[in-house]
Write a protein that binds this ligand. Structure first.
Ligand code: ADP
Ligand code: GLC
Length: 489
């Protein structure tokens, strides 16, 4: 199949979270299976132009009532030979941030930037003379692809092109003032007709969900949860209406990047059969974070965007968060890394200065993320909701037992400890409250000191888990097949 991935993020070019990992890994697996997969991304300042070649000639893109001009650069996805095309438009993408900056967290012109990007994807195909069987869009930034395919790109070139929209996170919908609508270059009757209308504002994701041939999300449990009010983010009704077109496909783990036996970012490598390298990683982690070096103390690690979704309020909220009592009451160490909300970054610094067994590192570092995954004994991920979650899967593969809320992809990838039989791969809480996180972490620490045999067996079981992108890719190919079926449209 010819597949064009239209995404605002893909590793190693542009990343704010797991979306970037998922798009690249899925593309590689599809390419390995013999499909002609290509990617299109915006060229942000973070993308190194020197490593790319220019595709000759300008790219004219209809915008609003007029036209904008861009150029196209071409690179290759590492680990395979899939072409990656970058839409180079200085005014829209000549910035450091993908969606915003520290001072303007959501750029006001995002509706223009990303509607331009969606239309540019079609113009790119014309320029290349290459027409995909499927255009696969991801989250709100590329959600207008299915809308344009349905209402403006109706000519013979795209006649055989169907659209799939994957929801990586329903919490971000691209909602902007109604006054943004004219930028999209669509007639006003489509404000309602294409599903843009959302409490008298424009909702880009909602329009995409209305118009795509098929919808998917990144775990089976999340696919069910988003059809109910609690996690449906006000779109549960629409998703219920389209439930026959919605599937949940679990993300995988990219073993080229996340394999403790070969991980070049670690000070030592290890396998389930020989965990001595893991002990070395734990020492390195304790040293690097300024925690007392002690192999006998359980280390709870955390790598996260510091935002409400991830449970940082319940953990670190001043006065009510459970991390401080946890560190005071129990014989453990807590190593946190991440960046995000200002209040949380400040609170983490304050906790680090007050508690000898709590240390935080604020910032973004691939190397440290790998060290925390490898060097910790437990991994804290009590997300309020989690479409899939990659970090808990990385943890399992690194023999680091996750402490998770039973939600979304966390529920699909971790199985709860049973202290009678010793079965399970992690520790789960049913209600996401500070108290439950405290109790569940306490339970893990109890098992560490009192049931070491169980911990060893759980580690082995966790490291043997397979989260295969090739399996996910096969499910996506089946989904593309359904999308192409005119009866399904
Ligand atoms: P989300 O996409 O919602 O943030 P995921 O678990 O799917 O959650 O993916 C998070 C990805 O971002 C992982 O690859 C993780 O290692 C990475 N990550 C998050 N924060 C940092 C950080 N501060 N430094 C390095 N990598 C990070
Ligand atoms: C989003 C979700 C996360 C998921 C990732 C990749 O960022 O928050 O749960 O793993 O997308 O699909």
């Amino acid at each position: 199949m010819n597949v064009l991935m239209v995404s605002s993020e893909a590793t190693p070019f542009a990343k704010s979270g797991g979306l970037a990992d998922a798009v690249s890994a899925l593309s590689r697996s599809l390419r390995r299976a013999g499909h002609d997969v290509r990617l299109v991304l915006p060229r942000y300042y973070g993308v190194d132009k020197a490593a790319l070649r220019a595709v000759p000639g300008p790219l004219g893109v209809p915008m609003g009532q007029g036209e904008e001009w861009a150029s196209v650069l071409e690179g290759t996805l590492p680990g395979c030979d899939a072409p990656v095309y970058f839409i180079d438009h200085e005014g829209f993408f000549g910035r450091e941030g993908i969606y915003g900056s520290k001072s303007e967290t959501d750029y006001a012109d995002n509706p223009r930037r990303f509607s331009f990007f969606a239309r540019a994807a079609f113009q790119l195909c014309r320029k290349l003379g290459w027409y995909p069987d499927v255009m696969h869009a991801h989250d709100w930034p590329s959600a207008l692809v299915p809308v344009y395919r349905r209402f403006t790109e109706t000519g013979p070139e795209f006649e055989h092109t169907s659209t799939v929209l994957t929801i990586h996170n329903l919490g971000y919908q691209g909602v902007y003032p109604k006054g943004s609508f004219p930028y999209f270059g669509l007639p006003w009757d489509l404000f309602h007709g294409a599903g843009f209308e959302y409490y008298d504002a424009v909702n880009m994701l909602k329009a995409g969900l209305t118009c795509a041939d098929m919808l998917s999300t990144v775990s089976p449990t999340y696919a069910r949860e988003i059809q109910m009010p609690e996690l449906g983010c006000s779109l549960d009704g629409l998703l219920r209406a389209r439930s026959a077109r919605l599937v949940g496909i679990l993300n995988g783990v990219d073993l080229d990047d996340w394999n403790p036996a070969t991980d070049a970012l670690l000070p030592a490598r290890y396998t389930a059969a020989d965990l001595s390298g893991k002990a070395a990683c734990k020492r390195a982690l304790q040293l690097e974070f300024g925690l007392p070096v002690d192999g006998g103390k359980p280390v709870i690690g955390m790598v996260s965007r510091l935002t409400d979704q991830k449970g940082v309020g319940e953990l670190f909220g001043p006065a009510y968060g459970c991390a401080a009592p946890l560190c005071r009451d129990m014989d453990l160490q807590f190593a946190v890394m991440g960046s995000g909300d200002d209040w949380c970054e400040r609170e983490l610094a304050s906790l680090s200065s007050r508690l000898p067994n709590f240390k935080a590192w604020i910032g973004y570092s691939e190397r440290l993320a790998h060290l925390v995954e490898a060097g910790s004994d437990f991994f804290m991920m009590p997300s309020r909701y989690e479409p899939c979650g990659l970090n808990q899967m990385y943890s399992l593969r690194y023999g680091t037992l996750p402490i998770v809320h039973r939600t979304g992809g966390l529920a699909d990838t971790v199985s709860n400890y049973d202290q009678d039989t010793g079965s399970g791969t992690g520790f789960m809480l049913d209600h996401q409250t500070p108290r439950a996180i405290y109790d569940t972490a306490g339970w893990a620490v109890w098992a560490w000191y009192n049931r070491p045999g169980h911990i060893t067996a759980m580690r082995e079981r966790a490291m043997a888990q397979e989260f295969s992108w090739d399996k996910a890719a096969r499910e996506y190919v089946a989904l593309y097949g359904t999308a192409a079926d005119p009866a399904a449209r």
